[in-house]
Design a protein around this ligand. Structure first.
Ligand code: ATP
Ligand code: MG
Length: 568
């Protein structure tokens, strides 16, 4: 490809709505352009990168024995209605009607359709185990589309589904996908961590996520360097911390606390530590209201809470007017004493003594509160967010925490969909049994963003050869110099002949501009033809190297081919 012909509209300015590095760079490097919130076009460079990620995913899926097929993104409602997810997805699902007023959706994920396909097409138990996959565009009307293609409303996902006759079979199919995922993310050059994930409302017996550690990740992950434990916050089990509280059974006191709402303000007012308070938060869980309590220095983990109460739709903070109605007080003074809704206390709250809570009376708190004497929670459970320094649930050593980008998710589904849709098989002895399923997703387009998020420098994108849009950039320093142009052309043609994806920067630009663009768009290797071209000497520079190396033309070509082939 010649730079003069390539649609690579690089930008010098950082687009104002791009908050994170990968989004900024993908825009600046001319990889993507925004059409609407969470909807993007892929320009040639972005598409090449995306296709390479797809291809790696495809090769490893095929190697693992999975079969590729392709389904529509436009899907009739029936299968989703049968599984119940037509409603469960709520606003996240793009729903539409055809001209006959029939319901359709744009597929957010395809468990139902794959289950249906297997029901229709598989004739004998002898065809199991079977793993099917597709690489296809998904649609989710995300509440907060952001970060470019990291969280978009249209994205490419690889989704695979395994079908087995036994639990052991599922374990094996799952392990194959686990191994394939490790190979995929390694080939993409990603530094990733595998964490135990929440199986949530999906049911199922096990689930793991592949996370790319990054401060911009939207998932919290807890890990232990001592024993290797790693889990998503949603799953990470919290061990209650022992704290010192005032001794004895002190009498309950109602204290006037005017204009004191937050934990910080309370700490100032009472002159004590945040852990001596318990906060009570009112939530709306589907159509009922509940109160959740954690220690003042802790946060509630809403996913744990949602799973605990079996909430199907959203769990959200109660509206202020409902908080007032339920607590008979302004927001900020909620407490468990006298509440008529269910009170769920965190495990740590159960260990507190003589602590402070809101009094359900505007401007008042209770002091010296004791559980079972002053109130009794309806349930006591682990509902808090794990933090740095918490004890590892496996080995007791201090936990560390980080943010992660979820690039892949593998899931032992069990029989949720086969039960809902009726996927059964008749075994050798004539007995009817339910097929056991697993599902396995990779966010292909998110992987592109995650790779750029993790692999870039001040000058731009630094992708590995395997997924960079092109492999080698050949740059004549001055294309008015005929000899330079001729040699650059020759190197370019020769590299192409040897199967290298080369670009020739034949534009009438200054060398500095050409170097900047080459770095910005993330070409892993650059060969510069300059003043010494008469002596047959060129500059060879890896994107990751500080400085170029001078080489003969022959050496440069040889080294380039070797480097690209070795790193593909
Ligand atoms: P998240 O928690 O980030 O919303 P999810 O758990 O809902 O993701 P899955 O249903 O497990 O996502 O989908 C499989 C994979 O698809 C995810 O691991 C992720 O890489 C990718 N993915 C999900 N939602 C999006 C999105 N809105 N934009 C880009 N990729 C996505
Ligand atoms: Mg997931």
């Amino acid at each position: 490809m010649r730079m003069s012909r390539l649609l690579a509209p690089t930008l010098r300015e950082v687009p104002s709505d791009a908050e994170i590095k990968s989004h900024q760079l993908m825009m600046r490097a001319g990889y993507i352009r925004k059409l609407a919130a969470g909807i993007y076009s892929y320009l040639p460079l972005g598409l090449r990168c995306e296709r390479k990620v797809e291809q790696i995913v495809r090769e490893e899926m095929d190697n693992a024995g999975a079969q590729e097929l392709l389904m529509s993104a436009l899907l009739p409602a029936e299968a989703y209605q049968a599984s119940g997810r037509w409603d469960v997805f709520g606003q996240s699902m793009f729903k539409l009607k055809d001209r006959y007023d029939r319901d359709f959706c744009l597929g957010p994920t395809h468990e139902e359709l794959f289950t249906q396909t297997v029901i229709n097409e598989v004739r004998s138990y002898k065809e199991y185990p079977m793993t099917l996959y597709q690489i296809q565009t998904k649609y989710r009307d995300e509440g907060r589309p952001r970060f470019g293609v990291m969280r978009s409303r249209e994205f490419v996902m690889k989704d695979a589904y395994s079908f087995d006759m036994t639990q052991e079979g599922l374990d094996e199919s799952y392990k194959k996908m686990y191994d394939a995922y490790c190979r995929i993310f390694k080939r993409l050059g990603l530094d990733f961590t595998i964490v135990d994930a929440d199986s949530g409302a999906m049911g199922g017996s096990g689930s793991q996520e592949f996370m790319v550690k990054s401060p911009v990740g939207e998932d919290g992950i807890a890990y232990c360097d001592a024993c290797g434990y790693a889990a998503n916050y949603e799953k990470a089990q919290c061990i209650p911390e022992e704290k010192e509280f005032a001794d004895g059974d002190l009498p309950l006191e109602k204290i006037e606390t005017p204009n004191v709402h937050t934990i910080d303000e309370l700490v100032g007012f009472f002159g004590t530590e945040p852990y001596v308070f318990a906060k009570t938060i009112i939530y709306k869980a589907d159509d009922k209201y509940i109160a959740a309590m954690v220690r003042g220095d802790r946060e509630i983990n809403e996913v744990k809470l949602k799973n605990l109460v079996g909430c199907v739709d959203d769990l959200e903070l109660a509206e202020p007017f409902m908080v007032r109605e339920i607590t008979k007080a302004d927001v900020g003074f909620a407490g468990p004493i006298g509440l008529e809704i269910e009170v769920i206390a965190d495990l740590e709250v159960a260990n507190m003594k003589n602590f402070i809570i809101g009094a359900n009376d505007t401007g008042y708190h209770y002091k010296n509160v004791n559980i079972n004497r002053d109130f009794t929670p309806d349930r006591i459970a682990d509902i808090r967010v794990i933090t740095d320094g918490d004890k590892c649930p496996k080995c007791g050593q201090p936990i560390k925490t980080a943010q992660g980008i979820e690039v892949g998710h593998i899931f032992k589904l069990g029989t949720k969909y086969s039960d809902a849709l009726g996927l059964k098989f008749t075994d050798e002895s004539g007995e009817q049994k339910t097929v056991i399923m697993g599902c396995y997703g990779i966010g292909v387009t998110r992987c592109v963003a995650a790779a750029i998020e993790q692999m870039s420098d001040d000058n731009g994108i630094v992708l590995p050869v395997a997924i960079a849009p092109y492999e080698v950039m050949v740059v004549p320093v001055n294309n008015k110099e005929e000899e330079q142009m001729r040699l650059a052309e020759e190197i370019y043609e020769d590299l192409k002949k040897q199967g290298i994806e080369a670009v020739l920067d034949d534009r009438a630009e200054r060398a500095g501009v050409k170097f900047k663009d080459s770095d910005l768009i993330g070409i892993p290797l650059r060969i510069v033809v300059g003043k010494k071209c008469g002596e047959g000497i060129v500059e060879y520079k890896l994107r990751t190297a500080e400085v170029p190396v001078e080489m003969t033309v022959e050496d440069a070509k040889f080294e380039a081919v070797k480097y690209i082939k070795e790193n593909k």
